[in-house]
Design a protein around this ligand. Structure first.
Ligand code: C2E
Ligand code: CA
Ligand code: CA
Ligand code: CA
Length: 279
């Protein structure tokens, strides 16, 4: 047993080393990613459940590294957050999404709101709000067309300063939503004070709600809570008709998920979701 235990320990150490090597490789490759133009944004549609219309698109970061190939944001975002690189990357996301909104406007498509994801470190930068406003102004894009997705951690870690920042956004005309809602530790008393307009029901609840009564109860409770607080709701990660029917019956406002559209590059998004406007 002792021998076995030592082996397992050795293997564990090896795995840890392999893991930290990969982290270092990614951190290094990220250093030149911006200047090499290795990032792109994909867009995933969000629809209104009442009238089935396209209401917004979530911008999701994609990275094709010259040295490492394609890497998922689920892997590189946490690394960029730990290394501090997320602030510069996040500024690129803000600029690129606003540039895209402007381009869609110039192409004559109907104004579509774009939602971007913000990391904790970005949210703590005092420069964030002015940076967003300046970029919007430079591209002559209305703040109404940009939505900010914050995680529960951002909103609840230091709720008082979060309330201040969100209030600033709100005054600037920028709407905010809380992403992955239900997975964190929201304080209900603060939630009620935040001028947040939308809760995104985390996809883990959507995935499990058909087979698991507890998950269904959570989704139902989140939607009811949001309604009471005057907030709107969006279900993310909807993959099946059954899930779509369920969230519709529960009174959810919007939907996003593979069932209705994957995240795709802008040209594909135009073909799939704007095509009926151009003919
Ligand atoms: P998220 O913000 O919760 O984004 C939703 C994720 O779920 C996306 O993964 C999306 O592609 C995926 N998804 C959408 N519909 C479905 C579905 O029906 N089924 C399943 N299984 N998945 C679905 P993605 O693009 O890999 O992004 C992962 C995470 O990386 C995001 O989760 C977000 O936390 C982070 N991220 C992505 N782009 C950015 C960014 O520009 N800035 C920051 N700070 N984080 C980002
Ligand atoms: Ca998101
Ligand atoms: Ca989410
Ligand atoms: Ca997430």
């Amino acid at each position: 047993a002792k021998h076995n235990g030592r082996n397992r320990y050795a293997r564990f150490t090896q795995e840890m080393q392999a893991h930290s090597t990969r982290v270092l490789l990614i951190e290094n490759a990220l250093r030149s990613a911006l200047e090499n133009d290795e990032f792109t944004l994909h867009y995933q549609p969000q629809f209104c459940l009442a009238n089935k219309k396209l209401v917004a698109a979530e911008a999701l970061l994609r990275w094709n590294s010259v040295s490492l190939g394609k890497i998922s944001p689920a892997e590189f975002i946490p690394i960029a957050e730990d290394s501090g690189q997320i602030v510069a990357i996040g500024e690129w996301v803000i600029k690129e999404s606003i540039r895209q909104i402007q381009q869609w406007k110039e192409l004559g498509y109907p104004a579509l709101k774009v939602a971007i994801n913000l990391s904790y470190a970005q949210f703590q930068e005092p420069n964030l709000a002015p940076f967003i406003t300046d970029t919007l102004q430079a591209h002559q894009v209305s703040p109404k067309l940009l939505e900010l997705e914050l995680t529960e951690r951002i909103a609840m870690d230091d709720p008082e300063s979060a309330t201040d920042v969100i209030n600033t956004f709100h005054k600037l005309g920028l709407e905010t939503s809380i992403d992955d809602f239900g997975t964190g530790y929201s304080s209900l008393s603060y939630l009620q004070k935040l001028p947040v307009y939308k809760l995104k029901v985390d996809q883990s609840f959507i995935r499990n709600m058909i087979n698991d009564k507890n998950n269904l109860a959570i989704v139902s409770a989140i939607i009811a809570l949001a309604k009471k607080l005057g907030m709107s709701t969006i279900a993310e990660g909807v993959e099946t008709l059954e899930q779509l029917e369920k969230i519709t019956a529960l009174g959810c406002d919007e939907v996003q998920g593979y069932l209705l559209g994957h995240p795709v590059p802008p040209d594909e998004f135009e073909q799939h979701h704007f095509s009926h406007f151009s003919d």
